[in-house]
Design a protein around this ligand. Structure first.
Ligand code: CTP
Length: 313
């Protein structure tokens, strides 16, 4: 399952092209971990999407008066008013630094009973998707550490009354993610904006520990074009692939857990639920998770990231 990483020294020895050598040297300061594919992939992401600086909307990359174009509805736009601008974070969202190890946690049923919680908690930066549950016994398998968590607005609409009523249930739910970043796709579709704004204002007004930030739709759009050019042509990118792409720019070593969009466990050969916490089926009109998984598997084989499918203990 795990592929040995090609040593950087070996790569440099075999690298005849000085230009590539120069670029790789800048992008791959960690000689311990880097390999050819890893460097090229990182270079591709940096030049095509630059998630490190552009994935989130900040006061630096989005000024008052700018016009935001929605990534899911290209004809829809949003004018940044001074009031909205003031709700954007001022500094660099990732404190301008890179981490050694990132863990990206998909919500697949494969992670149930994996005992991977401790290993996940030991990563420097942990990314989770769609406000997944971390308590009631799930800790052992998925851990609790969270540095960044995404929220799909349908969760606010379906489980929290569109945030038009009491806000306490949401505040209680979000307390399990500590002071992590809460990533909201406010400008992907028109229906997302008002409810994401309500979430942001609620958290700011109640001085919640969690820090709400908006996905930059320009980043999401460029990322979808990037993956298209790499052969991922079907549907809209899933949150898991978006977060994996971001992690590849933020961290030297990217580990994926809970990614397995299939009904049977690869080793234990038993039936799996779609999520580790429920069996709500994926929307196949929207995403193509099996093709995405194939792409992730290729990256695993190339040593760009590590997919964990087995148990940890
Ligand atoms: N995932 C997976 N295998 C599963 C379920 C989920 O690989 N059986 C990954 C996908 O990349 C997915 C992520 O885990 O994006 C989060 O899962 P989920 O919350 O189920 O995502 P969805 O709601 O299906 O879709 P979206 O990506 O739009 O958030």
């Amino acid at each position: 399952q795990e592929q040995p990483q090609m040593r950087n020294a070996q790569f440099f020895d075999s690298c005849k092209n000085l230009k590539i050598y120069f670029v790789v040297n800048i992008l791959c300061p960690s000689k311990k971990t880097a390999n050819f594919y890893w460097c090229i992939h990182r270079l591709n992401l940096k030049t095509n999407v630059n998630g490190f600086d552009k994935a989130l909307i900040t006061q630096t990359n989005t000024k008052v008066g700018s016009i935001i174009v929605y990534d899911g509805e290209r004809k829809r736009t949003y004018n940044v008013t001074p009031q909205v601008f003031n709700s954007f974070p001022k500094g660099h969202p990732f404190s301008n630094k890179r981490w050694d190890t990132c863990a990206v946690i998909g919500n697949g049923g494969i992670i149930a009973n994996s005992s991977c919680g401790k290993r996940i908690n030991s990563a420097d930066f942990v990314i989770r998707c769609n406000l997944p549950p971390l308590t009631n016994g799930y800790e052992k398998d998925v851990g609790t550490k969270t540095n960044l968590v995404t929220a799909n607005p349908t969760i606010f609409l379906n489980k929290y009354g569109a945030l038009t009523g009491r806000r306490r249930p949401l505040m209680e739910k979000l307390s399990s993610y500590g002071s992590s970043l809460l990533l909201l796709p406010a400008f992907s579709f028109g229906m997302n904006t008002a409810v994401c704004m309500r979430a942001l204002y609620t958290l700011q007004d109640f001085q919640a520990a969690i820090q709400p930030v908006f996905f930059n739709p320009d980043y999401l759009y460029k990322l979808s074009l990037f993956w298209r050019s790499q052969g991922l042509k079907e549907g809209r990118l899933s949150t898991g692939v978006i977060m994996t792409s971001l992690a590849l720019e933020l961290c030297d070593n990217v580990h994926l857990y809970g990614f397995w969009p299939f009904g049977v466990h690869p080793y234990k050969l038993k039936n799996l639920t779609n999520h580790y916490y429920d069996d709500m089926k994926p929307n196949t009109n929207f995403h193509s998770m099996p093709s995405e998984f194939n792409t992730l598997l290729q990256l695993h084989k190339q040593g760009v990231l590590r997919l964990h499918l087995g148990d940890c203990e």
